[in-house]
Design a protein around this ligand. Structure first.
Ligand code: NAD
Length: 249
């Protein structure tokens, strides 16, 4: 049986870990050739070999490095992201700028690079991994919240411009997903409050969503992969939550 993404090439940023890794696996399972882009050479190579794709070791905060990446892709998943927690009045400006560079400017530069090929073939899919923090704020997450709000805006502008060319652009906005990023946050909060990470999970993190469990990376990747398929051709400019009902409240 032919998979829905046979013949398509997908570039996944941050493909070495967590949500990006699950996206690489799901897209490959659907038939796509996957370019795993990550700053970590070990995980990029591991995932690329697992999915039969190629590894591209790049610091996405460096615009010159982005210019070295292949541009003839049909699917772009802007996923790479990091988190720094500090109050605004103490937030290091260089760290704020770095987060915008990685989480807003890199998606812009990659879209700018890949759209001409998609326009040429009159087919393309951009999926940006946003967050609940693309529509909601939390204290101490200024850079992250600003970046995710920016990414949501960028996706909508691309959706409007790309629609006549058969190209869609959407955000997927997860709540808390079981990945190394979140496990690190749980450990940090537990250490700060002198409690167990499981207690942070039940007393803080799972207070917000209606569904009281962490989201699995493959749950996010399943929606990303569906958005890349033929049946999603009419869905653009949207932000779809995978947040267990958090933003419904
Ligand atoms: P993760 O830490 O497991 O994976 C992030 C990947 O990005 C890593 O492989 C890392 O090496 C790579 N990366 C980091 N900096 C890079 C750089 N400068 N250049 C290239 N690659 C770089 O994180 P995750 O939890 O899978 O998060 C992935 C995305 O999902 C992020 O954009 C994050 O904001 C978003 N998100 C995560 C959650 C969650 O709960 N985990 C919730 C909402 C949104």
């Amino acid at each position: 049986m032919t998979s829905q993404l046979d013949g398509r090439t997908a570039l996944v940023t941050g493909g070495g870990s967590g949500i990006g890794r699950a996206c690489a696996e799901e897209l490959a399972a659907a038939g796509a050739k996957v370019l795993v882009v990550d700053i970590d050479p070990r995980t990029a190579a591991e995932v690329a070999s697992q999915v039969g794709g190629t590894a591209h070791v790049v610091d996405l905060a460096d615009p010159a490095a982005i210019d070295e990446l292949p541009s003839d892709v049909d699917i772009l998943v802007n996923n790479a992201g990091i988190q720094t927690v500090a109050p605004v009045h103490e937030f290091p400006p260089s760290r704020f700028a770095h987060i915008q560079q990685l989480m807003v400017t890199a998606p812009f530069l990659l879209a700018r690079r890949c759209l001409p090929h998609m326009y040429g073939s009159r087919w393309g899919r951009l999926v940006h991994i946003s967050s609940v923090h693309g529509v909601r704020a939390s204290p101490f997450k200024a850079a992250y919240v600003a970046a995710k709000h920016g990414l949501e805006g960028l996706s909508k502008v691309i959706a409007l411009e790309a629609a006549p060319h058969g190209v869609t652009s959407n955000c997927v906005a997860p709540g808390y997903v079981r990945t190394p990023l979140v496990e690190g946050q749980l450990a940090d909060q537990a250490a700060a409050h002198g409690i167990d990470p499981d207690q942070v999970l039940t007393d803080v993190v799972l207070q917000r969503p209606a569904i009281k469990r962490l989201i699995e990376p493959r749950d996010v990747a399943a929606l990303v992969t569906w958005l890349c398929g033929e049946r999603a051709g009419h869905l653009t400019g949207a932000s779809l939550p995978v947040d267990g009902g958090w933003t419904a409240s």
